[in-house]
Design a protein around this ligand. Structure first.
Ligand SMILES: Cc1cc2nc3c(=O)[nH]c(=O)nc-3n(C[C@H](O)[C@H](O)[C@H](O)COP(=O)(O)OP(=O)(O)OC[C@H]3O[C@@H](n4cnc5c(N)ncnc54)[C@H](O)[C@@H]3O)c2cc1C
Length: 443
């Protein structure tokens, strides 16, 4: 039986493993193996909601082991460290437990077909102090770290207020600088924009959960973008509307502002300006893990993306495919397929069909990216963006309709993983949880 190994159980990889497990694994036509360094999957575009506590990562996460059991594939935990193309195996790093003890040794996993779907991470462009002082929002762990730090800051803020009310010398006890919760976010793309708005929503909820009286005036959020406008991938009119909405909420938007250093107390800009902050998030740029340099000569671009052909096979090895953010494919107009959820979903679908075609000795199909539009959600306040209506036309939508379109990408992903019935139940449970659980995760 042939081994199909998929590395990375994210937006693209998990959909693919589910499809191939159901299609080939169930009838024992292939042994489908999914590998991920983590034990659970969470839809990355929701990470800003995990970061503010609006979403409980544990409730929404999909367990790889349980999902593999239900969809006829195998799951192996571990981070890929190397590929040997001659002998057709990949190497996985050992897995360590919470106490630092090794619980699974380094292994070799043989493959006949290999799919690389290891995603991307933020790019700090080696800016001084960023890795040490800023939080990235690339994984649920990082989002949870942000959430804990944010709750600590709000607690300090509440403590500050309590002390000043009982007449303690505020200047001695000042736990929060400037008497405000001061958060800076670098990167005016979807993550930075959505996180900024979500913070104001979280602040409103925290007020009612015993964190003292917090109004938007007590929260200072600075959103910093090196380019001339927010959301450069969206039409200018949408960027302008988003900036206006954010500023109305109270966000300080700084465009054309390049960060050159991060320190424990804040950020320094290229023109020497200091932006103080108690908590900093780096949500700019995209790069791929340098592990791809250990992938036995696969062709890479300067951010370590793997060059692929239209069939999604790598340019140097037909038995290896790459999909999602880690794949580099130029479209007919000369622009690369963007690193986005919908591109990963579409690639997963075609990759599954092409692998099945290989099993049936049928020709492989070429990938064409269909941009269905881009939407951003400004928390409960509004959502806006554009949806594609024709080959060269798009329509701007806003408000409730935009919110529905925004969430539909996630619902489509859930449907591909769980089917329609189970997705319906998940939606229902989500609604019920709104009554049962607090609106914010508070620990
Ligand atoms: C905060 C945030 C918000 C976003 N919002 C949007 C949005 O609104 N709309 C949109 O279209 N896109 C959005 N994106 C982008 C979107 O999430 C990605 O394009 C999409 O997840 C890419 O899918 P993927 O399968 O390539 O990789 P991922 O979903 O990133 O999955 C990669 C998987 O590979 C695993 N992995 C990584 N390295 C290794 C290794 N060495 N060994 C084993 N496993 C490994 C990871 O654990 C992960 O499970 C957002 C991204 C972020 C971070």
């Amino acid at each position: 039986m042939k081994n199909i190994v998929i590395v990375g159980g994210g937006a693209g990889g998990l959909e693919l493993a589910t499809f191939l497990g159901n299609k080939l694994g169930r009838k024992q036509q292939a042994n489908v193996v999914l590998i991920d360094r983590n034990q659970t999957h969470l839809w990355k575009p929701l990470l800003h909601e995990v970061a503010t506590g609006v979403l409980d990562a544990e409730t929404d996460a999909v367990s790889f082991r349980a999902h593999a059991h239900n969809h006829h594939f195998h799951f192996e935990q571990g981070a890929v460290t190397r590929i040997d193309r001659t002998n057709k195996y990949i190497e996985l790093a050992p897995v360590y437990g919470l106490e630092g003890d090794m619980i699974v040794i380094a292994r070799r996993i043989p493959y006949d077909y290999l799919v690389l779907a290891i995603g991307s991470k933020s790019n700090d462009f080696k800016t001084k102090g960023v890795a040490e002082n800023c939080i990235f929002l690339d994984s649920p762990d990082q989002a949870l770290r942000f959430q804990h730090r944010m709750l600590e800051l709000f607690l300090k803020f509440a403590e500050n207020n309590a002390l000043s009310e009982i007449g303690e010398d505020e200047s001695k006890q000042k736990l929060v600088e400037e008497g405000k919760v001061n958060i800076a976010i670098v990167g005016g793309g979807a993550t930075g924009v959505e996180l900024s708005a979500e913070l104001f929503n979280a602040a409103q909820h925290l007020s009612s959960y015993g964190y003292g009286k917090i109004d938007p005036g007590h929260l200072k959020v600075t959103l910093i973008e090196a380019g001339g406008r927010l959301l450069p991938a969206l039409p200018e009119r949408i960027s302008n509307s988003v900036q206006k909405e954010l500023e109305e909420l109270g966000v300080i938007v700084k465009t054309n502002t390049m960060i050159t250093e991060a320190t424990p107390n804040g950020l320094t800009t290229k023109d020497g300006q200091e932006i103080s902050a108690d908590l900093m998030v780096w949500a700019a740029g995209v790069r791929i893990s340098s592990v791809t340099q250990q992938f036995d000569g696969l062709e890479l671009n300067r951010i370590n993306q793997i060059h692929i052909k239209n069939t999604l096979q790598t340019t140097v090895d037909d038995s290896i495919f790459a999909i999602g953010d880690c794949a580099f494919l130029l479209q007919s107009d000369g622009t690369p397929v963007p690193p986005r959820g919908q591109a990963a979903n579409q690639m997963a679908t075609l990759c599954g069909q092409n692998i099945v075609a290989m099993f049936d000795n049928k020709p492989l199909k070429d990938f064409t990216y269909r941009d269905k539009g881009s939407l951003v959600s400004l928390s409960k306040f509004t959502a806006l963006g554009n949806i594609t209506t024709g080959k060269k036309s798009s329509m701007t939508i806003e408000g409730r309709l935009a919110r529905v379109a925004y969430i539909s990408l996630y619902r489509l992903h859930q449907q591909k993983l769980h089917g329609c019935f189970k997705t319906g139940l998940i939606i229902l449970i989500g609604r019920l949880n709104r009554f049962i659980r607090p609106s914010l995760k508070l620990y």
